[in-house]
Design a protein around this ligand. Structure first.
Ligand SMILES: *Cc1c(COP(=O)(O)O)cnc(C)c1O
Length: 493
């Protein structure tokens, strides 16, 4: 009989072996793969193998060459950008879905939780009850899809179908703050609205959009015959976690007939921290909202949710062809016998992917594991870590904080006793931190000043690690500037 190799009967053992390796990996006791790159690249490189080495050896290489030389992004001391290592349960869910729920279509349990988990997210984040969602690969595509909805709404109002016929030369504009994520500009470029037609509105001293400046820009453009497509507010900027004044911005958008989009890719879960929930006041004015479960909810990368008031607008904006089967597809087929009797909800016509993984199962697994209260507790703990770093910096004579954290981002820098170019010095310190310690924050500028920026979203990070980080910044700063020598000379030793 012809044997089909390990295609049946081998998942258990190999997932177990790889799982054990991952359990060791997330301890991060191993060396940085950058230091040993010549060795493992030499083992991995080479021409395409003409004959296979077989399943057993391939899985061994996966464990020994790849996992052991994997990314520092999953390290609980990696605090750069807004990115993290996923927690355990959604990774297991993702592995399961790759076999048992390989697409978002047809009637099956994975397809069911695709929609259920979207509804749970909407409920958890208190979005207007009418809002429905679709999963996409990340915040970049999320902003693109939401702005595609906005473009459709604005131009339909003006008697055009932009998805079918383009913009027909209509001058349009999108409004967002100078602190907004640059994927807003890219989305405008892809949608034919134009990157340079994104008007950047100034921010206040807490990096929040200035509503009066927004109103001024909209009025000025209206007089010039420019069609306002969307106003994009951030519920948590990437640089500093700033939350725009959503109510004021949303009301201005409405008054000017512009779609109100809220980019909550990173910060929407902050709503679950009761101490700061009032900062989200006005959320219900949104026409669209995005959130990235692969950020603060700790799903594996590749999951963002886009919510809109009316999914049919996404269908008109992103359908592969004019089709009126959308509503029909939502109807329950009472006579259904086979899971292949229906495709289920046509997610493939609501955004830009046809084939796509079942992503809802990851979100379902996280919410099921922790509940709203457990997720809220994680969010609060992360906000506390940002506050902890900030207080430590404020109390130390040679550190300063550049922001009062609004969410889980802290921005600090080293300030020596003697005169120094602080931007230059802190750039050197950031490099040394990354190379010489296990800590990996990233950089930003706050009001033009260079900051060492730490964004806490990793569920494995501890308060001790955060304290050690502050001590490491001081130690490296003292070493770099000679403060250490001065201090010990001063103490007469
Ligand atoms: C991360 C981020 C994005 C982009 O999301 P990706 O998932 O990286 O594509 C957009 N907006 C904000 C506010 C973000 O923090």
């Amino acid at each position: 009989m012809h044997r089909r190799g390990p295609e049946t009967g081998a998942f258990g053992r190999w997932l177990g072996e790889v799982g054990d390796e991952l359990d060791r990996f997330v301890e991060f006791g191993h060396p940085d793969p950058g230091s040993s790159a010549p060795e493992w690249t030499a083992k991995l490189a080479g021409p395409v193998p003409r004959t296979g080495v077989g399943a057993e050896r391939t899985v061994a290489e996966l464990r020994e060459l790849l996992v052991r030389n994997g990314s520092r992004i999953s390290d609980p001391r990696f605090w750069g950008f807004v990115t993290t290592g996923p927690t355990t349960v959604p990774v297991v869910a993702q592995a399961a879905a790759s076999i048992a729920g390989p697409q978002r279509y047809t009637i099956n349990a994975f397809n069911f939780v695709e929609e259920l988990s979207l509804d749970w997210l909407a409920e958890m984040f208190e979005l207007p009850p009418a809002m429905k969602g679709v999963y996409v690969s990340g915040g970049s595509v999320g902003n693109l899809v939401a702005l595609g909805g906005a473009r459709q709404a604005a131009l339909e109002e003006a008697g055009l179908d932009p998805a079918a016929s383009g913009l027909d030369g209509r001058p349009t504009a999108v409004y967002t703050s100078t602190e907004a994520h640059h994927t807003v500009q890219r989305a405008a470029g892809v949608l034919g609205l134009g990157r340079s037609r994104v008007r950047l509105i100034a921010v206040d001293e807490h990096q929040r959009m200035l509503p009066d400046d927004l109103a001024g820009a909209l009025s000025e453009d209206r007089q010039r015959g420019v069609l306002p497509v969307a106003v994009v507010a951030a519920a948590g900027t990437t640089n500093t976690g700033a939350i725009d004044p959503l109510r004021a911005v949303g009301e201005i958008a409405r008054a000017h007939g512009a779609w109100f989009h809220i980019d909550g890719a990173y910060g929407l879960p902050g709503l679950l921290d009761d101490r700061i929930r009032d900062r989200y006041d006005g959320l219900e004015l949104a026409d669209s909202v995005i959130v990235d479960p692969h950020k603060w909810l700790c799903a594996p990368v590749g999951v963002a949710a886009v919510f809109v008031r009316d999914r049919s607008i996404l269908h008109r904006a992103f359908t592969q062809e004019p089709a009126d089967y959308l509503e029909g597809s939502f109807a329950k087929d009472e006579g259904m016998v086979s899971s292949l009797d229906s495709m289920g909800i046509p997610y493939g016509d609501l955004a830009v992917e046809l084939s796509a993984p079942a992503r809802g199962v990851q979100v379902w697994s996280i919410i099921r594991e922790l509940g709203v209260s457990g997720i809220g507790a994680r969010v609060m703990a992360d906000n506390d870590l940002a506050a902890r770093v900030t207080r430590a910096a404020e109390e130390h004579p040679r550190l300063e904080s550049l922001i009062e954290p609004q969410l889980s981002v802290a921005c600090i820098r080293y300030v020596p006793g003697a005169d120094a170019d602080l931007d230059q010095l802190n750039q050197v310190l950031l490099r040394r931190l990354i190379r010489e310690t296990k800590f990996a924050p990233s950089a930003t500028t706050v009001d033009g000043r260079f900051a060492i920026r730490a964004c806490f979203i990793n569920a494995r990070t501890s308060a001790e690690q955060v304290d050690d980080f502050v001590a490491a910044v001081v130690a490296l700063g003292d070493d770099e500037t000679g403060e250490a020598a001065r201090a010990s000379a001063g103490s007469g030793r």
